[in-house]
Design a protein around this ligand. Structure first.
Ligand SMILES: NC(=O)c1ccc[n+]([C@@H]2O[C@H](COP(=O)([O-])OP(=O)(O)OC[C@H]3O[C@@H](n4cnc5c(N)ncnc54)[C@H](OP(=O)(O)O)[C@@H]3O)[C@@H](O)[C@H]2O)c1
Length: 226
C-alpha cells in the first residue's frame, strides 16, 4: 500500500507516519517547508514533499500512485486552507483510493448530532476569535467537509473528540452521532486518533461514514461499547 499523509509534520501527522511505517506501507508526506525538520527522524524512511497542503500542483504530485490518502484538515488562516486542501485531494486522488480526513466533533454530516452547551460555546468562541485575529476559519473546515460528504469517492471523515497525549490504549470506538452515551467521556489519545485514521484505510464499513470517536478505555466506552 502506498499512502500519502497530507499534513505529515503535525502531532497527528507524525503519529500516522509511524503507524503507516509500522505496517510496512510506502509513505509520502506533505508538510510546510518550514516544518520539514520535524520529520527528521523519518527522512530516510519516507518521501517528503515540502509545501502548502492546498497547493494543487504539489498535491497532484504527492498523490500520484497512492492507494490511500490521510489528510489532516486544519482551518488555519483566512485563505480557505481546509477546503482548498480537501478539494485538491478529491480532485487528484486516483479513482478508488481510500481518502481519510480528520476533523472534530463540531462537524456534522446530517444535523443529527446533539451537542453539549460547552461544545457549542467553544465553537462560537473559536469562530469569533478566529474571525477577529484572522488566524482561524472554522467555517472553511465545515465547507471542506461538505464538499467531501457530497463526493462519490471512498471517503471517511473521522471526527475527533478532545485529545490528550499518552501511550496507546488501542483502537478508539465510534458512533455515527455526537450525543450517543458511548462518546460521553469526550477524550481520545492523539496516538489512537492516528491509529483510527490509518486503520480506516482498510475498513470498508467506514466508507462514506463520519465516525465520531472516543478512546476505547474511557469510562463511557467501557460502559456502553457492545
Ligand atoms: N486539538 C484538538 O483538541 C482536536 C480535537 C478534535 C479534533 N482535532 C482535529 O485533529 C486534527 C489535528 O489536530 P491537532 O490539534 O492534533 O494538530 P496537529 O496534529 O498539530 O496538526 C496541525 C496541522 O496544522 C498545520 N499548521 C499549523 N499552523 C499552520 C498554519 N499557520 N498554516 C497552515 N498549516 C498550519 C501543522 O503543520 P506544521 O507541522 O507545518 O506546523 C499541522 O499539519 C485536525 O483535523 C483537528 O481538526 C483536534
Amino acid at each position: 500500500m502506498k499512502v500519502c499523509i497530507v499534513g505529515a509534520s503535525g502531532k497527528l501527522g507524525k503519529y500516522m507516519v509511524q503507524h503507516c511505517l509500522d505496517l510496512g506501507y510506502e509513505v509520502v508526506g506533505v508538510c510546510r517547508e518550514k516544518s520539514v525538520g520535524k520529520l527528521v527522524d523519518y527522512q530516510d524512511k519516507m518521501t517528503i514533499l515540502p509545501g502548502a497542503t492546498n497547493d494543487r500542483a504539489l498535491i497532484k504530485k504527492a498523490l500520484d500512485g497512492c492507494d490511500g490518502v490521510l489528510t489532516v484538515l486544519v482551518p488555519w488562516g483566512v485563505q480557505q486552507y481546509a477546503s482548498g486542501t480537501a478539494q485538491a485531494v478529491l480532485d487528484f486522488a486516483k479513482p478508488g483510493a481510500r481518502l481519510i480526513f480528520s476533523c472534530g466533533w463540531h462537524i456534522t454530516r446530517d444535523n443529527q448530532d446533539i451537542y453539549s452547551r460547552s461544545l457549542k460555546f467553544q465553537v462560537v468562541i473559536g469562530r469569533w476569535i478566529g474571525r477577529i485575529t484572522r488566524l482561524l476559519e472554522l467555517d472553511d473546515q465545515v465547507e471542506a467537509c461538505d464538499r467531501i460528504f457530497k463526493s462519490d469517492s471512498k471517503w471517511t471523515v473521522v471526527r475527533g473528540s478532545d485529545l490528550e497525549e499518552g501511550e496507546s490504549q488501542g483502537l478508539p470506538v465510534w458512533s455515527q452521532h455526537v450525543g450517543d452515551p458511548l462518546l460521553e467521556s469526550n477524550m481520545t489519545r492523539r496516538i489512537d486518533f492516528a491509529l483510527f485514521m490509518v486503520d480506516a484505510l482498510v475498513k470498508d464499513d467506514l466508507i462514506q461514514e463520519a465516525p465520531a470517536i472516543v478512546g476505547c478505555q474511557t469510562p463511557s466506552a467501557l460502559a456502553h461499547h457492545q
